[in-house]
Design a protein around this ligand. Structure first.
Ligand code: HEC
Length: 161
């Protein structure tokens, strides 16, 4: 089979699946939709209300950081991408006292993922600085995807009470 044809078929299949899914959702009463969603198996983590608020604000800043990084990479502004990662996702993206307080309430696995995110932000910054010299965005893109996988891993496992 011609490869362009095969790709077209695969795309069509995806579109059809997506629209079948949308139709299913639309025809279901809201209560069934809820029941059909997978059970929430995330571990509940208890944070004091003020700390939870601060943590969620930091999370939104992280997401903003990812958006800005992607735009900077697309425009080959590698130094800017490195700087955004350092400011919005790295160690210095949080005050030391917030980090210490959060760590107190986090189960070890969650603490590990938090530390991993900040470490990967540092690795991303190095890769982006290299790209500023080489012009090759492959390494910062790989580092960005690893960092994003850490967001996904933590969100899949934990929720704040
Ligand atoms: C160490 C764990 C952890 C990591 C790593 C992590 N998050 Fe979160 N994030 C959470 C938890 C827990 C919540 C609250 C989820 C809930 O209670 O349903 C949350 C919530 C959020 C929210 C919702 C904020 C709001 O106002 O409700 C956003 C956005 C978010 N995270 C973005 C990110 C992004 C982007 C990354 C990666 C760059 C990231 N997070 C990494 C644990 C983490």
């Amino acid at each position: 089979m011609h490869s362009a044809y095969r790709i077209t078929l695969a795309l069509l299949g995806g579109v059809m699946l997506a629209s079948a899914h949308a139709q299913m959702q639309a025809s279901m009463p809201p209560s069934t939709q809820h029941a059909a969603s997978p059970a929430d198996t995330r571990q509940n983590v208890d944070f004091p209300p003020m700390l939870k608020q601060k943590t969620l604000a930091t999370m939104r800043m992280h997401l903003q950081g990812l958006a800005e990084i992607q735009q900077a990479l697309a425009e080959h502004r590698f130094d800017a991408a490195a700087q955004i990662a350092t400011m919005k996702l790295g160690m210095s993206s949080m005050h030391g006292d917030q980090m210490t307080e959060e760590a107190r309430y986090m189960p070890p696995g969650m603490r590990h993922l938090g530390a991993q995110l900040h470490q990967q932000a540092g690795e991303f910054a190095v890769a982006a600085q290299d790209a500023a010299v080489t012009g090759d965005s492959a390494k910062p893109l790989l580092a960005l995807s690893r960092m994003t996988q850490t967001c996904v891993a933590c969100h899949a496992t934990y929720r704040l009470h």
